[in-house]
Design a protein around this ligand. Structure first.
Ligand code: F6P
Length: 544
């Protein structure tokens, strides 16, 4: 296959980018009053109001997106979508299919290796539904006959970030029956502070791990079990521990009854697993009907991604803009800035989804991709970030892209708040775009009689910082489902464009391997050997 860098579409994009090198966003706006209309896209999901994706503040012209769409064709994204949907092992380094879309599919069979996975998917969803109802109704009780008031999900990475982010995002939709907590870190402060104040008689643990071998999760699970059995005895485990995993044999070996286990499958990547039983703590928080609405929203986005042409296709557009910024404008970071307190964990969630998927340089043929891949992703909700790091965005002299996400309606409405939130969101993208010249700064100062004119240089804003704004109707389960699926398909598209396997994560293995070899040295069960002097010094300092 021709590397993307050698395709005519790539060369065309390079020439186009060269022509735009010295163009400022404020001039692009000044010269084209129709710019917003030409560079924003609306999407009407089947069961909801329209979304707005505003790309007009990106450093592009109306010609750019059609040029970039040539890359979608050159890389044969539609062909790769077909392979994914056909259950081909497109996670080629692990020899696995990639079918998280089957978890929210409605309709005909979805086959992996000739086997229709849909009956298995539906059986686990039915088991989740029954379990949620049993816990909510009080039919499921702890070992002493008490009803459950607190659920503690123990998992990390994909077995934590998705349900944790969505549980926070959908706080307005919580049933209120249960408090749902999340423990991820092997630092005992995480588990200890959550357990503090909980009653063992009324607490249910969900041990969530695709592999059921992850060090952090297994340690937290053992400590949680000790906490429970110290008060209630070993026999209580069956009423207070359930598991979510692809490795049911390991669940049984840990001592959890497999009747209390919820399966998923190796064709679901950890960071794409929210839709599986990994979503159980979320379903307990919001109720199974709301969880089904989340699946329905994701399904709507799947249909959109599978069928819309690239210039109307939201995941495709986000992917093409990311590629443009990374490879043609050389931006090295992207700030994810939700103007929604409830979406506060979205940046963290996207860090795993995008950086674990695309933080790679070796392509599917074992060769260097040859161009920068995913920028560093970080972010915080607005307006808080404005009072922390936005100074650098405006005047720090670093080029980066920003992604603003806002909702037309508040999820916890209080008079006077939401208008201010939106005003700040739109103000920031406007300021980043147009900046302020020395002349404008000086004029502002001279308009105020007592203002010190020496301040003018400090009030210059270079501007020309590109941003995307995604305006959602509201934050409800359906919309959130579609939003997460949007980013999943963006990741898929970029994987195809960069010819990467977006579904493996070899880069996380090396550190785990070294940690395993250091552990006995820190525990004192093996001598400190075969380590560099810094590591040896750190271990010695801990033991002294
Ligand atoms: O270390 C990375 C990782 O493998 C992630 O990809 C995964 O989501 C996380 O660890 C947790 O893995 P598991 O669900 O198997 O415990």
């Amino acid at each position: 296959m021709t590397p993307i860098l050698n395709t005519p579409a790539w060369k065309h994009a390079e020439r186009h980018a060269h022509g735009l090198r010295d163009v400022h966003l404020r001039d692009l706006f000044a010269h084209d009053p129709t710019r917003f209309a030409r560079l924003s896209v609306r999407w009407n999901p089947g069961a909801g109001e329209s979304w707005l994706l505003d790309l007009s503040k990106q450093r592009i012209t109306p010609e750019t997106l059609p040029i970039l769409a040539g890359l979608w064709e050159s890389a044969d994204v539609p062909g790769w979508i077909a392979k994914m949907r056909a259950g081909e092992p497109i996670n080629h380094t692990e020899g696995r299919a990639v079918l998280h879309t089957a978890l929210r599919h409605a309709g005909g069979p979805v086959k992996v290796g000739g086997h229709d996975v849909m009956p298995d998917v539906q059986a686990v969803l039915a088991k989740m539904r029954d379990f949620c109802r049993a816990v909510h109704s009080g039919q499921w009780r702890g070992a002493t006959g008490e009803t459950i008031t607190d659920v503690v999900n123990i998992g990390i990475g994909g077995s934590d970030l998705g349900p944790r982010m969505a549980t926070q995002a959908l706080a307005a939709h919580h049933l209120g029956h249960l408090r749902v907590h999340y423990v991820a870190n092997v630092d005992s402060a995480d588990l200890a502070t959550i357990l503090h104040g909980l009653s063992p008689q009324r607490t249910l643990f969900i041990i969530a791990s695709k592999t059921f071998t992850t060090q952090e999760t297994m340690q937290n699970a053992r400590s949680a079990r000790d906490w429970l059995t110290t008060t209630l005895g070993e026999a209580a485990v069956a009423r207070h521990f359930v598991a979510v995993s692809t490795a049911l044999d390991k669940v049984a070996a840990f001592g959890i009854d497999t009747d209390n286990a919820f399966a998923f499958w190796d064709w679901v990547g950890g960071r794409f697993s929210l839709w599986s039983a990994i979503g159980l703590p979320l379903a307990l928080a919001i109720g199974f009907e709301c969880f089904e609405a989340l699946l329905a929203g994701a399904r709507e986005m799947d249909n959109h991604f599978f069928t819309a042409p690239p210039l109307e296709n939201l995941p495709a557009l986000l992917a093409l803009i990311e590629l443009w910024n990374a490879d043609f404008i050389s931006l090295q970071t992207r700030a994810v800035l939700p103007y929604s307190q409830s979406l506060g964990l979205l940046p963290r969630y996207l860090q795993q989804l995008e950086m674990e998927s695309l933080g790679k340089q070796i392509d599917r043929d074992g060769k260097l991709v040859g161009c920068p891949t995913l920028p560093i992703i970080w972010g915080e909700p607005g307006t808080n970030g404005q009072h922390a790091f936005y100074q650098l965005l405006h005047q720090g002299g670093r080029a980066l892209s920003c992604e603003f996400i806002a909702c037309k309606e508040a999820d916890f409405p209080l008079p006077g708040h939401h208008e201010k939130l939106l005003a700040n969101c739109f103000a920031q993208s406007a300021a980043l775009m147009k900046g302020k010249t020395l002349e404008e700064a000086s004029q502002e100062l001279t308009a105020v009689p007592s203002a010190p004119t020496f301040l003018a240089p400090y009030k210059i804003f270079p501007g020309n910082q590109p941003s995307t704004t995604l305006l959602l109707p509201r934050l409800d389960p359906y919309t959130l489902g579609a939003l997460i699926a949007l980013y999943e398909h963006k990741v898929f598209t970029l994987g195809v464009l960069w010819h990467l396997d977006a579904f493996d994560q070899w880069g996380v293995e090396y550190g785990k391997q070294i940690a395993n070899s250091l552990l006995p040295m820190i525990e004192g069960t093996s001598p400190v050997a075969d380590v560099d002097s810094s590591t040896a010094g750190l271990i010695a300092a801990c033991k002294s």
